[in-house]
Design a protein around this ligand. Structure first.
Ligand code: GLA
Length: 388
């Protein structure tokens, strides 16, 4: 945020902002498509995120502006009619947050003017929507004195996705965005919500984020289809074995059971059960500073997402192979898949001098640019400081 942002705020809203907030994106290191069946995830909050300049209002009007959607101008939210509006873009998330708060008994007394500037790419598998949701929860909680605790906010934000946006997603994204801690990744059991912070040492390794810029068409329906497959498969296995969530099953128990599943469900659940095992092992490897082993689990995760869960795509597979050839210790897709971002870790001393050749090859093959970022960690969503 710089003087330009402050000046634009004043121009758009006619007064100065009072506070500045930051909400990070997240990268999931490993543990993919495991968080809606009580499994393990291992995300990290990113220094890429959304900055928000805010001024509390005396009435309950809400006006929002995003530099990423400057063509839409200032969106005004009518708190009386919060039904999803096709074409209302990120305004639907604002409505969704207010709608869920309302259904939970929190009625807005004070509105706000909000100007957002994101350093995080949207629709890239780095949780720009969770970053937006948690930013809004922070702001609304503060301006209205709702006294919501961090976990309350996370659970309400998850409901925005599940009940308002109609995506059957798990708790990982909102949790990581809220509970992120600089220089740490979050090893989370999504069933019990037991959390272990694992130190991530960027003096020894470099983590790259490679955005495929592939638009994720039909992502919501594909995502919900995978959710339903895991649910159906779990219900079948529960007839033969006593367990509550798939995250409890280890491979030894799962293997004899999987013959009760049709070939497709077998693949889907095999991914989930093996991914939980890899995530636990990867957590141990990172604790022991065994980057080589950590990288191997990452790559194995990608293969399983590609072959068993079938949520990868040509662009992601190409980048995984290319990075392994360049000497990465491990590489995989991150997030929901079907496009989005690929991540690769390199030993600090073995980072390629340049990715220019890879960028050119990618552009030539897929007719799209490849955007590369070096991942840095950050704390979770919070008010940074007053500005007035
Ligand atoms: C999306 C969802 C998460 C999680 C990942 C896949 O990011 O929002 O809850 O399921 O996909 O691991």
């Amino acid at each position: 945020m710089n003087q330009n942002d402050y000046a634009t705020f004043e121009k758009l809203f006619g007064h100065k902002p009072h506070h500045i907030y930051f909400s990070p994106g997240r990268v999931n290191l490993i543990g993919e498509h495991t968080d809606y069946s009580g499994g393990y995830v291992f995300p990290m909050a990113l220094s890429l995120g959304i900055f928000g300049l805010v001024r509390k209002r005396k009435d309950n009007v809400i006006r929002v502006y995003s530099t990423d959607f400057s063509n839409l101008g200032v969106l005004e939210i009518d708190i009386e009619t919060l039904a999803y509006k096709p074409g209302f873009s990120f305004g639907n998330y604002v409505q969704g947050v207010l709608y869920i708060l309302k259904t939970a008994g929190y009625n807005l007394n004070y509105g706000f003017d909000l100007y957002m500037h994101a350093t995080l790419p949207t629709s890239a598998g780095l949780s720009s929507s969770a970053a937006l949701e948690m930013l809004l929860f922070e702001i609304i909680n503060d301006t209205n004195g709702f006294n919501l605790g961090p976990l309350d906010k996370v659970k309400l934000a998850k409901r925005v996705e599940n009940e308002y946006m109609d995506v059957a997603s798990g708790i990982m994204d909102q949790y990581a965005v809220q509970f992120g801690k600089k220089d740490h990744a979050l090893f989370l059991n999504t069933h019990t919500l037991k959390l272990d912070y694992a130190p991530v040492d960027f003096n020894k390794m470099t983590l790259f984020l490679m955005n495929t810029n592939k638009r994720r068409n039909l992502e919501e329906s594909d995502y919900n289809e995978r959710f339903n497959a895991v649910k159906t498969g779990t219900e079948i296995l529960q007839k033969y074995h006593d367990f509550t969530v798939l995250g409890e099953l280890d491979l030894a128990v799962f293997k004899p059971l999987m013959n009760h599943l049709n070939p497709q469900l077998k693949k889907r659940l095999r991914h989930v059960v093996s991914e939980n095992a890899r995530t636990k092992q990867a957590f141990d490897a990172l604790q022991n500073n065994d980057l080589m082993a950590f990288g191997k689990f990452m790559t194995a995760s990608h293969m399983s997402l590609r072959d068993d869960f079938e949520v990868s795509c040509e662009e992601l597979d190409f980048l995984v192979e290319a990075n392994l050839e360049l000497g990465a210790l491990g590489a995989r897709m991150t997030g929901a898949g079907f496009g989005g971002t690929m991540i690769a870790i390199y030993e600090k001393d073995h980072v390629p001098a340049s990715f220019e050749t890879l960028k050119k090859a990618y552009q030539k093959k897929f007719d799209k640019p490849l955007d590369i970022y070096t991942a840095k960690s950050a704390d979770g969503a919070k008010k940074i400081k007053g500005v007035a």
